[in-house]
Ligand binder design. Sequence first.
Ligand SMILES: Nc1ncnc2c1ncn2[C@@H]1O[C@H](COP(=O)(O)OP(=O)(O)OP(=O)(O)O)[C@@H](O)[C@H]1O
Length: 294
Amino acid sequence: MYAEGSPCVAVDRVAMRYRVASTELPVQTNTRGHLWLSRRRSPRSNLVTVKALNELSLVVGRGESLGVIGRNGSGKSTLMKLVSGQIRPSSGAVYASSTPIMLGVNAALVPDLSGDQNVVLGCLAMGLSRDEIDHSFDTIVELSGLEKSIHLPMKSYSSGMSSRLRFAIAASVDPEILLVDEALNTGDAQFADRSKRRMDELREKAGCVLLVSHSVETITEMCTRAIWLDKGDLIMDGPPQKVTKAYRDFTRHLSKGNNVSASKILEESRANLVVTEVMERVPGLRKSEANGHA
Ligand SMILES: Nc1ncnc2c1ncn2[C@@H]1O[C@H](COP(=O)(O)OP(=O)(O)OP(=O)(O)O)[C@@H](O)[C@H]1O
């Protein structure tokens, strides 16, 4: 399928696997063929592979707001981390027209430094000049709502206070590619209000937005397109109303214990998925002439 407008983000056959230690005891058979659980091996030596994201391709065009929905553990945050560059894919590649900014998490801050020192550090890390930092400093501190605590070391902050500061720093630039993982927003009601206003402003200015949310209302209200992920697979990609309806029906059937009807919805949606292919640009040809793919 063609990407709308010029591409901002292209995810090209990206997969993500983690190798982690499991405490599950390996099942082995003894000489008589009986199954037994081995307690001799240290659990640390039992490394397992977690498939967080199976091979996925996706192109997000300028002007698009892409909502990402799916059950817990379906790979939504992993996709966002891959696009933001926080993690490298096990295979495949992510291309972006400029540095994607993940609201609230990607500022590398130092716990021993005070909030205001971290504002400067975080802004420098995002490429702001000293003049730009001076210009934005008061707005960042105000948005964080930390008041006098801004002068205390960050290690003394609650997790909500730290995430407010991270959000305020990240929100000080107007990124072309904006990533929002709603699950990471841990502010109180007053902050939620302030951060939502700033997020709306940023969304309006951004070239493209990728938004993870568990709220189908948020996705239908704010996005021009949605994808549904399940167990690391891309299940559906299309208009938010259509995708959220299928996802809602799926989860409704699951919660009633109708697993067969739920998997029917999932398989039907998967079968109708039009797979994106990221094509290399052919010199001398426009994309539309180069084999008819995005
Ligand atoms: N650092 C990690 N090490 C090992 N496994 C991981 C790691 N991060 C994520 N996973 C696994 O990858 C899978 C996808 O996780 P991910 O956080 O992307 O899901 P999610 O859709 O964002 O879930 P949620 O809705 O609960 O936030 C899960 O099975 C998770 O356990």
